[in-house]
Design a binder for this molecule. Structure first.
Ligand SMILES: [Fe+2]
Ligand SMILES: [Fe+2]
Length: 312
């Protein structure tokens, strides 16, 4: 298949001089709780602000902030190793049934390296924080986004499932996460956590440009049949990625002296659907514009599904 004459712009130029795996040190946790710093931006941990959690005292609030950090780090580790790296590997090895310019395949090796590094430093930080705080992380379980992605892939013919993984990667790499934007600037957060999030955000800025360009090559190469099956799944990928993981949050709350009805009440009151959808719409703005730019929203069956899920 020809990729035509569309000019390719190298998105991982000067990777050697910029990638965190090449130029950033290992981020070491210091004892900054002594000077009043916290492990996560308080506003980004809404369950720790719920009155029933606050009523349990500062130790409970701290535990929920630390557990939130663990969940974020686990999410990152699993996303990078289970999904993004398998999509990048398939691009690098030419296993995707679409033609990409050779520089994109070459850059996919760099993406694999970056993402493996993000998984590593996330796990490393979790171990450092657990050692410093004595707060034990919950066992690593399959996160909600991954269960959801696998269920969506099961709805597709076997041959299209790797393509679903690649499109999920396009979605996750072009969404703008509030954590990546806010934590690096929040001086209340311990510096090692701020630094790993900043390192990650810098790499992801380059990745986002790469995947936006890749989508422009990929989508027109899919047949009408493939587009008809995959297009309506796109908004589901957005929600799979951005919806709160109730089961994981429940496991964190279970470490507090709370009865089951209180736990369910806290989750329900903290994550009402309209609020979840409003923040999903904000985070997905760039991704949805990318789909618009490539004409997806001109097709009513795609637009309708985005509307039905209240993402427009
Ligand atoms: Fe990453
Ligand atoms: Fe990435």
């Amino acid at each position: 298949m020809s990729v035509g004459v569309r000019p390719v712009v190298r998105k991982l130029q000067n990777w050697d001089a910029k990638a965190s795996v090449r130029v950033k040190p290992r981020r070491m946790l210091l004892d900054e709780e002594a000077i009043g710093r916290v492990y996560f931006s308080p506003e980004l941990v809404p369950i720790a602000q719920h009155p029933e959690v606050v009523a349990l005292g500062p130790e409970a609030v701290r535990a929920m902030q630390v557990q939130h950090l663990y969940r974020y780090l686990d999410f990152t580790t699993q996303l990078e190793l289970e999904v993004v790296n398998s999509a990048c590997r398939d691009i690098a090895l030419g296993k995707i049934r679409a033609a990409f310019p050779d520089v994109m395949r070459e850059d996919a090796f760099k993406l694999c390296t970056d993402e493996a590094h993000h998984a590593y430093f996330s796990d490393d930080m979790k171990r450092q924080v657990a050692g410093a705080t004595g707060i034990r992380p919950a066992e690593l379980e399959t996160p909600r986004f991954l269960e959801r992605l696998r269920a969506l892939q099961d709805e597709l013919p076997i041959g299209l499932r790797p393509m679903a993984e690649l499109l999920f990667t396009v979605v996750s790499e072009t969404l703008i996460s509030s954590i990546l934007c806010q934590i690096p600037k929040d001086k209340r957060v311990v510096s090692a956590v701020r630094h790993i999030v900043a390192d990650h955000a810098e790499d992801e800025g380059r990745h986002s440009a790469y995947f936006a360009q890749l989508f422009g090559y990929l989508w027109p190469q899919l047949s009408a049949y493939e587009q008809a099956l995959l297009g309506p799944q796109l908004p589901h990928y957005v929600l799979a990625f951005l919806s709160p993981d109730h089961a994981a949050i429940r496991r964190s709350l279970e470490s507090l002296p709370l009865e089951r009805p209180a736990i369910e009440r806290i989750i329900g009151q903290t994550y009402p659907t309209p609020k979840v959808l409003a923040s999903a719409r904000a985070a997905a703005l760039v991704t949805i514009r990318l789909f618009e730019y490539h004409g997806l929203m001109d097709k009513h069956q795609f637009r309708d599904e985005f509307s039905r899920l209240r993402l427009l």
